[in-house]
Design a protein around this ligand. Structure first.
Ligand code: 5GP
Length: 199
């Protein structure tokens, strides 16, 4: 009975989107991750084609011009975008496609795809964000400050989302998202012939 759909996960830098989505996908093999394209420099542990498709500004602009991206945005200091073809192919196969994107991108998706599900991941307290950003030690001090400042701007958009999940403990955040998926699968609008099935 379950059809595929788009699931958008946003949240400020340091809210733990990466950790939560990784744990979520490990437990649920019907969820596929949409690998974004970015002009950002890879971090030491990142793998091209796995975490992101790392690319040049010229190539990114070409993708925009040729309408290859479902959405894109300039986040912090770099371009990020979602390749369109992968998303539609996977939904067609009945998969849940997870987009881990910023609020600007989420708003673009919301305009175009009403049936997508929007989840905002929150830290237990905003003050905790900065500690996490410092601890993960992947950005310069200037980048940490930009990300922390942007976190407050992103928080203003939480009202645009369908659900919020607090990432206090990763396992709990994963369970909350699994519960959201279970509820979304039972949405009447996602099923065309419920009546026929019970007759
Ligand atoms: P990071 O550089 O920490 O990997 O990501 C920075 C921000 O860009 C995060 O908020 C992340 O969710 C967002 N982001 C990653 N991929 C995309 C994308 O394809 N589109 C948009 N709009 N944002 C993205």
């Amino acid at each position: 009975m379950s059809g595929g759909f788009l699931m958008v996960l946003s949240g400020p830098s340091g809210s733990g989107k990466g950790t939560v989505s990784e744990a979520l996908m490990k437990k649920n093999n019907e969820i596929v991750f949409s690998t974004s394209v970015t002009t950002r420099t890879p971090r030491p542990n990142e793998i091209n084609g796995d975490n992101y498709f790392f690319t040049t500004i010229d190539e990114f602009e070409r993708m925009v011009e040729e309408d290859e991206l479902l959405e894109y945005a300039f986040v912090h200091t770099n371009y990020y975008g979602t390749p369109k073809k992968f998303v539609f192919d996977e939904i067609e196969k009945g998969e849940i496609v997870l987009l881990e994107i910023d609020v600007q991108g989420a708003l673009q998706i919301k305009e175009k795809y009403k049936e997508a599900v929007f989840i905002f991941l929150l830290p237990p307290k905003m003050s905790e964000l900065k500690n996490r950003l410092i601890k993960r030690d992947t950005e310069t001090e200037e980048e940490i400050n930009t990300r922390y400042k942007n976190a407050f701007k992103e928080l203003d958009f939480v009202g645009e989302y369908d659900y919020f999940v607090v990432n206090n403990k990763v396992e709990q955040a994963v369970e909350d998202i699994e519960n959201i998926i279970a509820a979304e699968r039972l949405r009447v609008k996602r099923h065309k012939n419920i009546k026929e099935q019970v007759l």
